[in-house]
Write a protein that binds this ligand. Structure first.
Ligand code: UD1
Ligand code: CA
Length: 449
């Protein structure tokens, strides 16, 4: 039996931010969400998150996650004090308790498994994750005997110069036999430089405590300031890109590309330079994205090209060509083999197959059938100053250049809209519609002298 306690009550003073540190974003998800997701391969029967500084906000952020209990730490008197808050909630709990700092976002799920396995194999009272860091500044130093039996953890600021030479650090990730921790917690004293109750002090006050080194020290990096947040981002990016390249995706210039770990790519996708893929985005096989594109929460089909464009909350079906300089947003949906480009904006627009809007258009709140051709400069005037209205255009219809389609409006199938028309009334199928003043030619006319 395992329960997990996640420490997320601190302000994170070194971030110099109003936002609680654990809510800072790392590649699309908050630090604390990442910490919680490192539990994904473990069957935990309780998850308790300690909240304090802006606790409501932390609670809101985690609301959609299943099975989380929130425990308030009213005053933040240290990591030991934070864990003391769960004492009444886990009274008599017979299992082990994982304690995770809420600011260690790169931890791999397998590492927690290893921690628990070691803990049980050796029947330890506590097992803590450690790493050898080239630059251990800011971390608690871990002192063990030759058998990895832990004697003491000393915080960086409480270390003597000699102790500081020890590069083995505490990751802030622990597995405790709960009965033993519950007994030791009330005995904590705040006799240190910060006058805080340090969780790390319990290790010198329990039965056998063992340290386990992680292989990849990057997993345990704690985020205390913006610089560490940026390094964590770069580590995360390397992990994500390595994974996609191994899965058959070409990244032409990986350093200039960013990819959230929520994105899914299929084989033979090519990501060109200066391209950013965010949120719940999926890119189908053989598609080519970029250079210079941003795709957010969008589903792109197979063999699509997106060139210098922005696609948000939208879908593009197979073989369509987007850009250069297109903006798709607001739940737009593009059919197969369409062409959208050269300064075209689509908002909440649904297009059938083989429909083109290739130049200088705005299509908002519109439904277009198959094989529609939108002439250069066509605009759906969807907003009357108060409400938004819908435009529908049937299959095979064409709009001439500079058409203004004033919504609400329905244009049938096989309609031709003459260039420069302002259409304000519905047009039946199979028709030519002209709505502009006739050209007048005054032969021999000259300005008066
Ligand atoms: C802590 C460890 C240190 C370890 C490092 C690893 C202690 C005393 N020190 O130091 O040995 O090397 O993590 O990253 O534990 N928190 C609360 N309530 C509080 C104080 C903190 O919930 O009263 C939470 C914070 O929100 C944070 C986590 O605990 O998520 C760690 O706190 P932080 O202040 O960052 O500890 P460090 O100084 O980094
Ligand atoms: Ca920290």
């Amino acid at each position: 039996m395992v329960a997990a306690v996640i420490l997320a009550a601190g302000k994170g003073t070194r971030m110099k931010s109003d936002l609680p540190k654990v809510l800072h974003n790392l590649g699309g998800r908050s630090l604390v969400e990442r910490v919680i997701s490192s539990l994904s391969e473990i069957q935990v029967d309780r998850q308790l998150v300690i909240i304090g500084y802006q606790g409501q906000l932390v609670q809101q952020t985690l609301q959609t996650l299943p099975q989380i209990e929130f425990v308030e730490q009213q005053e933040q008197l240290g990591t030991g004090h934070a864990v003391q808050q769960v004492l009444p909630h886990l009274q008599g709990y017979p299992g082990d308790v994982l304690v995770l700092n809420g600011d260690v976002p790169l931890l791999r799920p397998q590492t927690l498994k290893l921690l628990i396995d070691t803990h049980r194999q050796h029947q330890n009272a506590a097992t803590i994750l450690t790493a050898q860091l080239a630059n251990p500044k800011g971390y608690g130093r871990v002192f063990c005997d030759g058998q990895n039996i832990l004697k003491q953890i000393v915080e960086d600021r409480d270390c003597t110069p000699a102790q500081r030479q020890n590069h083995r650090v505490n990751a802030g990730i622990y597995c405790f036999r709960w009965a033993d921790l519950a007994e030791a917690l009330p005995r904590l004293r705040a006799d240190n430089d910060q006058q805080e109750y340090y969780l790390t002090d319990v290790v010198s006050d329990m039965g056998q405590v063992m340290a386990v080194d992680v292989d990849d020290y990057q997993e345990i990096l704690g985020i205390n300031d913006r610089k560490q947040l940026a390094s964590a981002y770069s580590i995360l990016q390397t992990r994500i890109k390595d994974r996609w390249m191994a899965a058959g995706v070409t990244l032409i210039d990986p350093d200039s590309v960013t990819i959230d770990d929520t994105v899914q790519l299929h084989p033979d996708v090519v990501i060109e330079p200066q391209t950013h893929l965010r949120g719940q985005t999926v890119i189908g096989a053989g598609s080519r994205i970029g250079p210079g594109s941003l795709i957010e929460n969008s589903q792109i089909g197979e063999r699509v090209t997106v060139l210098f464009s922005v696609v948000s909350d939208s879908q593009v079906a197979a073989d369509s060509r987007i850009g250069p300089y297109a903006h798709l947003r607001g739940h737009s949906s593009i059919g197969a083999a369409c062409r959208i480009g050269n300064f075209v904006e689509l908002k909440n627009a649904t297009l059938g197959d083989r429909t083109n809007a290739a130049h200088l258009s705005y299509l908002g709140d519109a439904t277009l059938g198959n094989q529609v051709n939108i002439g250069a400069g066509t605009i759906t005037a969807n907003y009357d100053g108060v409400r938004k209205h819908h435009t529908t255009i049937g299959d095979r219809s064409k709009t001439g250049s500079n058409s203004v389609l004033v919504a609400p409006l329905t244009i049938g199938e096989d309609v031709t809209v003459a260039a420069g028309s302002t259409i304000t009334k519905d047009v039946p199928s199979d028709a030519l519609v002209i709505a502009r003043t006739r050209q007048i030619v005054k032969q021999g006319w000259r300005p008066k002298a």
